[in-house]
Ligand binder design. Structure first.
Ligand code: GTP
Ligand code: IMP
Ligand code: MG
Length: 338
């Protein structure tokens, strides 16, 4: 039995979606539980040549044997949830999803405020998905909970009980975090952060699992980090540099162009300590060196690619166990058991 938390090591969009779906296929957890803020996160998962952009359903959905859970800590937008369940009908998501009855509910008013409030929409550059204003109401104890919403009643249950039952039965459990460590309300570049902590301990709390039950924390880093919205980015490169390197990305939720930078080893080290990371996953190694594209065997990586991985391990002090060399699940190097 292993309980694993996957956490973003930068400002979100590290490719957690791809890493999580890979782990869920490979390790066959009986339950995949989503933590994090809410539908402000957009993950992209590519299955059999088809791309799915999702914001509420756990990204482990391609494993059709697993139960999917959304923890009590997560804000739920019923409209988005129902739409995604429909979109993912062929994966039988509606039959497998369990949303905690205590999750916070985002309503129209929260989305309107997120978009119309100048401070949030302009200065912070929020995603406009209503998360910040909903967390305000949650702290004020005026927010609706899942149990108050008829349209999602058939998906509701006790996620903490389900996850702890699975752990007691000796099953693998995967807890997926959203956003990234540097967007944390507590540890990020305040005020240019999201409306909650986004580190491993909070993801455990979001789904109702105690710290003593966690075995592995996988921190995911992208070879060229990106950031959407405002706020400091110490290793940011110019738009021209990013274009010449071929790293041009747009946000899954907002469609905004992502700012791009160079890998920051010093920050990565801090993030790993903050999360108690036991492993590192590096994504988009193919963007760092196109010769690495699609490689599935560590020995076949280019010298440049291997040097990048070694430098991360040396400077950060945590082993790189997973390397992603393309968006598809099979484009992964897995050296966890070596
Ligand atoms: P957040 O919750 O917002 O952090 O989402 P995320 O971490 O899942 O990242 P997101 O899906 O927003 O963006 C990552 C993008 O990179 C997606 O389009 C993925 O398909 C793609 N991707 C993931 N891994 C790789 C990789 O190794 N190489 C390449 N070329 N693309 C990748
Ligand atoms: P909010 O979470 O919508 O309030 O946005 C606050 C800040 O966090 C903005 O800079 C957003 O761009 C950023 N942010 C929130 N969620 C994500 C995410 O999943 N990926 C990337 N950036 C995010
Ligand atoms: Mg994203």
């Amino acid at each position: 039995m292993t309980c694993t938390i996957v956490v973003g090591g930068q400002w979100g969009d590290e490719g957690k979606g791809k890493i999580i779906s890979y782990l869920c296929k490979k390790d066959n957890p009986s339950i995949i539980a989503r933590g994090g803020v809410g539908p402000n996160a957009g993950h992209t998962v590519e299955v059999d040549g088809e791309k799915y952009g999702i914001r509420m359903v756990p990204t482990g959905f391609p494993n059709v044997n697993a139960k999917l859970a959304v923890g009590a800590g997560v804000l739920t937008d019923p409209e988005v949830l129902i739409k995604e369940i429909k979109m993912l009908e062929k994966f039988n998501v509606g039959e497998r999803i369990l949303v905690d009855y205590r999750c916070g509910i985002i309503e129209e008013v929260h989305k309107e405020l997120d978009k119309s409030n100048e401070h949030l929409s302009k200065e912070i550059g929020s995603t406009g998905t209503g998360c910040g204003p909903a967390n305000v109401d949650r702290a004020m104890r005026t927010l609706k909970q899942g149990k108050d919403v008829e349209s999602i009643s058939k998906y509701l249950g006790d996620v903490s009980e389900a996850v702890n039952d699975a752990l007691e039965a000796g099953d693998n459990v995967l807890i997926e975090g959203t956003q990234g460590s540097l967007l944390s309300l507590f540890y990020g570049s305040y005020p240019y952060v999201t409306s909650k902590d986004t580190n491993a301990a909070s993801f455990a709390a979001d789904v109702g699992v105690g710290p003593t039950k966690i075995d592995e924390v996988v921190a995911v880093f992208k070879s060229y980090p990106t950031r959407v919205g405002e706020g400091p980015f110490p290793t940011e490169m110019t738009v021209e540099e990013a274009e010449s390197l071929g790293v041009v990305e747009y946000g899954t939720v907002t469609g905004r162009r992502r700012r791009v930078g160079y890998f920051d080893h010093e920050l990565a080290k801090k993030v790993c300590r903050l999360n108690g990371a036991t492993q590192i996953a590096i994504t988009c190694l193919d963007k760092y060196d196109s010769d690495c594209y699609g490689v599935t065997d560590y020995e076949k990586l280019s010298e440049k690619g291997k040097a990048f991985i070694k430098e991360v391990e040396e400077k950060v002090g945590v082993k790189v166990t997973l390397i992603s060399t393309g968006p598809k699940l099979e484009q992964t190097i897995d050296v966890r058991n070596e």
